[in-house]
Write a protein that binds this ligand. Structure first.
Ligand code: NAI
Length: 274
C-alpha cells in the first residue's frame, strides 16, 4: 500500500512501540488517530505530532471494551473519512507462574492483549473491506511464538494474537480481499511496559499480588528491556510490512532460533525444550 496521505489508527499510541510507529507513519505523510487509556501522555504525543505538521487526533480508548473501539472508529471516520491502517498495539504484561496467576490477572491480560486486537479486527475490518483497501497489524511478541516460564497469561494472549492474525491473513487471501494483515513479534524493546500496573483501571480488575518468582522474573525483564531496542526503530519495520504487504515482523530475528529448536525437538523426540 502507498501510505502517503492515508489514515492510520494506532492503539497504545501514547507510549513505547505505539509512539514509535506513530512517529514513523507521520514521517511518511500519514494522518494519525492515536488511541490510549492514558489521557495525558496521549495529549502530549498528539501535540508533538501536530507541532511537526501531522494531522493527529487522540481518542481516549480502553481497547478491551468493544463500545470504546466502536467509538474510536466513529471518531476516526468523522475526522478523516476513512481508515487505511490499524495497529492493534496496546498491551500490558504481568509475570507469575500459572499456578499463582489470579483470575483477575488472567482476565486483565486477556481482555487487553487478546480481546483488544479481536475488538479492533471486528470493528475495522468491515470498514476496510467496504473501501476495498486496508491493512491490519497487531503487536504480539516473541512470547506469541515461544511460551517461556513465568509469563503464562501473557504467553496465552500473545499466542492468540499470532493465531488471530495468521488466520485473518489466510482468510483474506482465500477470499481474494485487498485487505492485508501482519503481526509484529518484538523481542526486548525499551518501553514503559515494565510499569504496566499503571494501566490497571479500578473498575476492571483487582490489584496484582506478586509472587517471589514473578517479582524475580519481572526484575530480570526490566533490566533486559532497559538495554532493549529503541521503540523508534520498530516503526520502520511495521511501515515496511504495510508498504510491501509482508506478514511477519521480527525486531530480533535471531530469537527465532528458539522457535526452530522447539519444532526440531517436537519432531525428533517429542520433548519440550527448556
Ligand atoms: P508501553 O507501556 O510503553 O505502551 C503500551 C501502551 O498501551 C501505553 O500507552 C498504555 O497506556 C496503553 N494501554 C494499556 N492498556 C490499554 C487499554 N486497555 N486500552 C488502550 N490503551 C492501553 O509498552 P510497549 O512495550 O510499547 O507495548 C506495546 C505492545 O508491545 C504491547 O502489546 C506489548 O505486549 C508489546 N510488546 C512489547 C515488548 C517490549 O519489549 N517492550 C516485547 C514484545 C511485545
Amino acid at each position: 500500500m502507498d501510505v502517503t496521505g492515508k489514515t492510520a489508527v494506532i492503539t497504545g499510541g501514547a507510549s513505547g512501540i505505539g509512539r514509535g510507529i506513530a512517529r514513523c507513519f507521520a514521517s511518511q505523510g500519514m494522518q494519525l488517530v492515536l488511541a490510549d487509556i492514558e489521557q495525558d501522555p496521549l495529549e502530549e504525543v498528539v501535540a508533538e505530532l501536530a507541532e511537526a505538521g501531522t494531522e493527529a487526533l487522540g481518542v481516549k480508548t480502553d481497547v478491551s471494551r468493544l463500545t470504546d473501539v466502536e467509538s474510536l472508529a466513529a471518531a476516526a471516520t468523522d475526522r478523516f473519512g476513512s481508515v487505511h491502517v490499524l495497529c492493534n498495539n496496546a498491551g500490558v504484561g504481568v509475570a507469575d507462574p500459572i499456578a499463582a496467576t489470579s483470575m483477575e490477572d488472567w482476565r486483565w491480560t486477556l481482555d487487553i492483549d487478546l480481546w483488544g486486537p479481536i475488538n479492533g479486527v471486528h470493528v475495522f475490518l468491515p470498514l476496510m473491506e467496504a473501501q476495498g483497501e486496508g491493512h491490519i497489524n497487531s503487536t504480539a511478541s516473541m512470547a506469541g511464538l515461544y511460551a517461556g516460564a513465568s509469563l503464562g497469561a501473557y504467553n496465552v494472549a500473545k499466542h492468540g494474537v499470532v493465531a488471530l492474525m495468521a488466520s485473518l491473513e489466510r482468510d483474506l487471501r482465500l477470499a481474494g480481499s485487498n485487505v492485508r494483515a501482519s503481526v509484529l513479534c518484538p523481542g526486548p524493546i525499551n518501553t514503559n511496559i515494565v510499569d504496566s500496573q499503571r494501566n490497571r483501571q479500578p473498575e476492571s480488575a483487582a490489584e496484582h499480588i506478586e509472587t517471589d518468582t514473578g517479582r524475580k522474573f519481572w526484575d530480570m525483564l526490566t533490566a533486559t528491556l532497559a538495554e532493549g531496542m529503541d521503540p523508534d526503530e520498530v516503526g520502520p519495520l511495521v511501515l515496511d510490512a504495510v508498504v510491501n504487504e509482508t506478514f511477519w515482523i521480527l525486531t530480533h530475528p535471531e530469537m527465532g532460533k528458539v522457535v526452530a529448536k522447539q519444532v526440531d525437538r517436537m519432531l525428533a523426540d517429542k520433548t519440550l525444550t527448556r
